[in-house]
Design a protein around this ligand. Sequence first.
Ligand SMILES: [Zn+2]
Length: 375
Amino acid sequence: RRHSSADRSLTARLSAAKRRQAMRGPAYMFSAPSFSLSEVEQRFLEAAEYGNIPEVRRMLLHIPNLNVNAVDYMGQNALQLAVANEHLEVTELLLGRADLARVGDALLLAISKGYVRITEALLSHPSFRDAHRLTASPAQVDMLDDFYAYDEDGTRFSHDVTPVILAAHCQEYEIVHTLLSKGARIDPPHDYFCGCDSCNYQQQYDSFSHSRSRINAYRGLASPAYLSLSSEDPVLAALELSNELAMLADIEKEFKNDYSRLSNQCKDYVVGLLDLCRSTEEVEAILNGETVSDDSFDMPGRPSLTRLKLAIKYELKKFVAHPNCQQQLLSIWYENLPGLRQQTTAVKLLVVLAVAIGLPGLAVAYWVTPCSRTA
Ligand SMILES: [Zn+2]
């Protein structure tokens, strides 16, 4: 019952959203928000948008009750405008204000545009000092404050997209690395048939966004950036994820294409790793994995090929047929007779014949001294 408090806050938040929506009616999605900006606010927003650093600094210093959270007709505040136009210094000036809202939205915006330095500036904001902000999914984060304005006008990210999921979607290695080092993770979605309170509630409340949040999470998990940076053993993680996604493609028929595509993406990732190998040692590392094999059939000193066996089990043909993999298998096949590989077919046939004739003798030799050179 570790989720219970998060579930309760989620329930409260969802019912609040429902009430708000009922109050406004469905038309709120299409009607323009009524807004009015004072002349000062307008100037402030423009200065932020065009990166007018001295003007922003002057206004922040000398106008005592300046509303830094004023929004323009598109529903964007000064921080979002500055971030959208890659004005790092204006962003830093604005971040100095304690009453700044929508830092979360600005962070998502910066990540989606791949602005690494602005992302880092935003992450150094005091509101991220509470590590919970990044580690919990937005559904769990208490959003009574104006941190994320997801459901208000002027933002294009859905509720279930966390900073780390977005960075993974956008293949921003550097940002994913930064977020991971701050403790952010992508929570694997619950089982499709999961019957816990949270899943039941989301399924009933909005089954579309429930399915979409699952796909978004899997898209993040399957992205090469996240696979490479988040796990100690990316090959194993990618193999298992590809298998899980292939099974989901069979279960969730309506999203079959999405899940199949993600499953293939994981497979391509593993094949891509094989492509990058520069030496036998690296190929061996990928094919064998690092785990100590407890398979009693394995010969000591012989590569275990754990990952390769897993790839065969998961029907990963491209991986098994990869030249680097086949080359490795051939060298294992010809292990004790290295010269044989270069011989003609006739010589090979002769050797096979000789071994076949000598087999009884060899069997006896193996019986007597199982670990000798000839056996
Ligand atoms: Zn569940």
